[in-house]
Design a protein around this ligand. Structure first.
Ligand code: NAP
Length: 316
């Protein structure tokens, strides 16, 4: 990457935290500004505009988002301010400055009724407030004229942050038997991989914002392969047992798959979340790693970090 100034949002989150770690390890030609939520509330459009104008970044990396899918149903206005208006403001300011914007979006822009993996050009139809607010954000960026990448990802997990991998660990540690949804399919994706792949996308001969400008658009970025929440929870339980982590779960057969319809609580979620990442792989000459290998690698980090193999419970 050329010498550049990067404005990073959401550095306390799963994806943002991984970007911060990687960008800080890069040569000091890269200046990273990563204001915390207390310094920059992205729900405040004027504050966001002022922050970009003061920072004058070459590149804005924007993983900050309203990600509470259930809570968004009762806070649609806040979800819209954060997931639609904030990216719209960032894109407008990026266009004004000649900067590039890297934004993150979701599998939840689709309704999940398609049989195979979704490509970037397929029609969207979000089923819930979160998905709709993210889709509106995508549209605002596309209309802005700013050089941009919109990277749609799915089922994100990491060592730090709240995610389904940690829920699956707690269930295995605390319950002899449990049920998990078995009819929603997608690709669990490690936040570390998202940041690593994006940094590789940014690297290259002319690097950074020029590269984003030349390849502007939407890209799907998930791990390869797919599973159900049940398959994912089963992999986690099996690995915990094989790695000597004490669990209350009696055996893998005591994790029972159940249909989504047995959890009739809103919001509705897509049954098929699989995203075809071929466009990204072809455009940037990259090959995405398998979801299960990645999940095991992150699980190892969690086991070591929280000393689960010494009988400690994963904290809430
Ligand atoms: N998580 C998933 O399963 C998933 C799936 C598909 C797509 N995505 C997308 O991937 C991106 C990254 O997700 P993630 O999992 O890294 O999210 P995350 O862990 O929930 O982190 C969200 C980040 O946004 C920040 N934030 C929220 N509201 C803010 C506000 N008003 N002002 C400033 N900062 C604010 C949070 O700050 P605090 O720490 O202060 O709250 C946090 O740093 C998002 O665009 C998300 O929509 C995520």
């Amino acid at each position: 990457m050329k010498s550049m100034r990067i404005l990073l949002t959401g550095a306390s989150g799963q994806v943002g935290g991984e970007f911060l770690r990687r960008l800080r390890a890069m040569p000091n030609r890269i200046e990273v500004l990563a204001p915390a939520r207390t310094e920059l509330d992205v729900a405040d459009p004027q504050a966001l505009r002022d922050a970009v104008r003061a920072a004058k970044p070459d590149l804005i990396i924007h993983p900050a988002a309203y990600t509470a899918v259930v809570k968004a149903e009762s806070e649609p206005e806040l979800a819209r301010r954060i997931n639609t208006e904030a990216p719209a403001v960032l894109a407008e300011e990026a266009a004004r400055l000649g900067a590039a914007l890297v934004h993150f979006s979701t599998d939840y822009v689709f309704d999940g009724h398609h049989d195979g993996a979704y490509t970037e050009d397929m029609p969207t139809k979000p089923l819930n407030v979160y998905g709709a607010s993210k889709r509106e954000g995508e549209l605002a960026i596309a209309a802005s004229g700013a050089a941009h990448w919109i990277l749609r990802t799915s089922w994100v997990y990491n060592l730090h942050g709240n995610n389904f991998m940690k829920t699956a660990i707690r269930l295995a540690q605390q319950k002899e038997a449990y049920t998990i949804v078995g009819d929603q399919f997608g690709a669990p994706t490690w936040a570390s991989t998202i940041a690593a792949v994006c940094c590789r996308m940014l690297a290259g001969a002319d690097g950074g914002k020029d590269k984003v400008r030349a390849t502007s658009g939407i890209y799907h970025l998930t791990a390869a392969g797919a599973t159900s929440w049940h398959g994912y929870a089963s992999l986690i339980a099996r690995e915990l047992m094989e790695r000597g982590v004490p669990v209350k779960l009696r055996g893998l057969e005591d994790i029972t798959p159940v249909p989504t319809s047995s959890y009739p609580t809103p919001p509705e979620r897509p049954l098929n979340s699989r995203l075809d990442c071929g466009k990204l792989e072809r455009t940037f000459g990259l090959s995405l790693p398998q979801w299960d290998e990645e999940a095991v690698a992150c699980l190892q980090q969690i086991i070591a970090h929280y000393q689960l193999d010494q009988g400690r419970l994963l904290p809430d």
